[in-house]
Design a protein around this ligand. Structure first.
Ligand SMILES: Cc1ncc(COP(=O)(O)O)c(C=O)c1O
Length: 383
């Protein structure tokens, strides 16, 4: 890829070893894993090896790793397994928020928590809501926010949820392979997606604590204990296994990104001051080291992305699933309102990001702002 890639939260470049494993398994171990003959057994063994590697990465037992088509499906399964009130905030990914909205329309009681302006769901806010609610079945809280990188207080939230007799679901898609396991260890259901940790697209997992009941969304055969029917793909599973083995060392690789992210952020803010563009950081609570979300006064996020894309710098406004639409980020809107959301962009770094990449991005921003200054002296500020 020619562009400098700052969109690791959207997806990550697949590892060459992952592509090899997928190709090799698709060519050689293509039998149906549900078949009882030997080729089928070999394909099934690939699934089991993948379950082992995912359990080693995420925690839990291999037998409690339910393979899905990705994070979205795992989130759907977790939320639709609840029987009773569901509690969550609009900081969650659309694959959680929109399921909760659908369940609400179908008659499930859903309690929405107001997130803080700092990008965090506060345990105090949850405690107050739990005191008013009855029959709470599930509290859903992501480990790391996909747009701001803010780390959520899962431990405290899980304690409160347990005391109220509720299960805890953690969408850990943006945390696994980047942060240590304790960030989601308190959850009963954990969602993970292979493509966010250099694996293939189209496969993910829902990992549950022993004894936690999952209710199927799809009906069909007995694959994945009947909880996720449909023929499994040993090739994607092999790719996921290789990515999961690589991701065990992920938190160590991601640590160094804090310095690069801080430089990018500080120099963009300073550049803004020089050219008269107000730049505000979205997400002031504790964050993972590789994400920054900034609002640029006078700019719409998508315009800024397009202008920098022409300069060979790839980043995003909103989450990847809402890209291509003019909708501003629902996360930033929930935290800080519409105006900040409209001008928000996200940079997400990854294990291949270098100091030179940050330098190229800063130089490109300086060029874009210089053009702006000469063509439009009326620069905007933020609400
Ligand atoms: C926090 C979070 N959850 C879930 C998903 C959905 O995962 P998938 O793309 O594997 O369906 C994403 C992807 O952007 C995400 O960032």
């Amino acid at each position: 890829m020619d562009s400098v890639y700052f969109d690791w939260n959207a997806t990550t470049p697949p590892l060459p070893e992952v592509l090899d494993a997928v190709h090799r398994t698709a060519s050689e171990t293509w039998a149906n894993p549900a078949s009882v003959h030997r080729p089928g057994q070999l394909a099934r063994a690939e699934l089991d090896r993948a379950r082992g590697a995912i359990a080693a990465l995420v925690g839990g037992h291999a037998r409690d790793v339910l393979l899905t088509s990705g994070g979205t499906e795992a989130n759907n399964l977790a939320l639709r397994s609840a029987r009773g009130t569901i509690v969550l905030s609009r900081l969650e990914h659309p694959s959680v928020v929109r399921v909760a909205e659908a369940l609400e329309r179908e008659g499930t009681r859903v309690a929405w928590l107001q997130p803080g302006a700092d990008g965090r769901v506060s345990p105090e806010c949850l405690a107050a809501r739990l005191a008013e609610l009855s029959e709470v079945a599930l509290v859903s809280l992501q480990a790391v926010n996909h747009e701001t990188g803010v780390i959520q207080p899962l431990h405290e939230v899980a304690k409160l949820a347990r005391a109220a007799g509720a299960r805890v679901h953690c969408d850990a898609v943006q945390a696994v392979g980047r942060l240590p396991r304790e960030h989601w260890a308190a959850a009963d259901f954990v969602t993970v997606a292979a493509h966010k940790l250099r694996g293939p697209k189209g496969i993910g997992a829902l990992v549950t604590r022993p004894g936690v009941e999952v209710r199927p969304v799809l009906r069909g055969g007995d694959q994945e204990r009947g909880l996720r029917p449909g023929t499994q793909d040993a090739a994607l599973a092999a790719g996921f296994r290789v990515a999961a083995e690589h991701a065990i060392e992920g938190p160590r690789r991601y640590e160094r990104l804090g310095a690069l992210r801080d430089r990018l952020e500080a120099e963009l803010i300073a550049l803004g001051v020089r050219v008269g563009v107000t730049v505000e950081r979205n997400g002031t609570a504790q964050r993972a080291s590789h994400v920054t979300n900034l609002s640029f006064g006078g700019w719409r996020g998508p315009e800024l992305c397009a202008a920098l894309d022409l300069e060979g710098i790839a980043f995003s406004s909103g989450s990847a699933c809402s890209a291509g639409t003019a909708e501003p980020s629902a996360v930033i809107r929930a935290m800080l309102g519409e105006g900040r959301a409209r001008s928000a962009v996200r940079f997400s770094l990854g294990e291949l990001t270098t100091e030179a990449d940050v330098g190229r991005a800063l130089a490109a921003f300086a060029r874009v702002f210089a053009r702006l200054a000469s063509s439009n002296p009326h620069q905007g500020s933020l609400p």
